[in-house]
Design a protein around this ligand. Structure first.
Ligand code: PAF
Length: 288
């Protein structure tokens, strides 16, 4: 399939071969390449990653692929917003190429390989979404190996995902630099997410308080409150806001995501939360 240059202002590669051809031509001209993997439904958070990519490399690829293997059967794969034309418009003047393969191209008949990690994948999201990170690691490995970029950029909003990807490229000697882009927030501090569109006005109001509780809990621990006490109080406040279920509110080592044995941070730490309001599961995190 030739590169699609007619649908949008930015050319679209829909197969690995087309992507490689475009990247090879850039390499021959001496250009460096950054990849920003996304599942589309682009918002200002994604665009900030693309802007960062543009600062760091000569050419920017944005992949758009709603990856079925990272969704559990009870999750929102079929409902996940798919907005390719609007996404392409948002990328005008920012990205040089969109890589938008279909599922049959990424996972052809007979596909049998899974990249699965122990350790960093196990707590937090791993407890509630046990198959999620194998799906993420497998698709990210494929996207990186297809594009062979110098740099790949991921949002810090999915902090555990970023740590999983760093671990994977280190363990598998994949020659790419992984960069994290800071979380973009709405005016009230709600972390930007493609899933925020699911929130009703009332849920949206409560969701805007989550980051405040997160920050105050982190500050309390930084001032000496034991982690278990501060997170128990923070958890109660989140439920009192109208959240239906708190999956976790935890403070962990920022890189390994291991828990602290003595109830206080003894290394650079991160506070991480996942909570459900109505049908929407929100996650957020920040440094302690
Ligand atoms: O963060 C996401 O949007 C996805 O998990 C990613 C990294 C694009 C893999 O599908």
């Amino acid at each position: 399939m030739p590169l699609d240059t007619t649908s949008y202002e930015i050319p679209v590669a829909r197969s690995a071969a087309d992507l490689r051809e475009a990247v090879t031509a850039w390499r021959e001209d001496g250009h460096t390449v950054a990849l920003v993997p996304t599942m589309g439904a682009l918002h200002a958070g994604h665009i900030s990653l693309v802007e960062l990519a543009k600062q760091k490399a000569d050419r920017v690829i944005v992949s758009i692929f709603v990856n079925p293997t990272q969704f559990a059967p009870n999750e929102d794969f079929s409902a996940y917003p798919r907005t390719e034309a609007a996404d392409a418009e948002k990328l005008e003047g920012k990205a040089n190429l969109i890589f938008a393969p279909d599922a049959a191209d990424m996972y052809p008949d007979g596909f049998s390989t899974t990249v699965s990690l122990t350790g960093v994948t196990e707590p937090l999201e791993g407890t509630f979404r046990p198959t999620h990170f194998a799906g993420v690691a497998t698709v990210v490995a494929k996207l990186i190996l297809r594009a062979m970029p110098d740099i790949a950029i991921f949002g810090e909003k999915d902090w555990q995902q970023l740590m999983v990807i760093r671990r994977m490229v280190t363990d598998l000697d994949i020659p790419v630099e992984i960069l994290g882009g800071p979380i973009m927030r709405e005016a009230d501090g709600l972390a930007m997410s493609s899933r925020n569109v699911y929130l009703s006005p009332e849920e949206r109001k409560a969701a805007g308080q989550l980051n405040i509780i997160l920050r105050e809990t982190a500050e309390s621990v930084a001032k000496g409150t034991p982690i278990s006490k501060a997170t128990a109080e923070g958890g109660k406040r989140i439920l009192a806001l109208g959240f239906d279920k708190l999956d976790y509110l935890e403070i962990r080592d920022a890189a390994s995501l291991s828990a602290y044995a003595d109830d206080k941070p003894t290394s650079p730490a991160r506070i991480l939360v996942a909570a459900k309001i109505g049908k929407t599961r929100l996650i957020d995190n920040m440094p302690v």
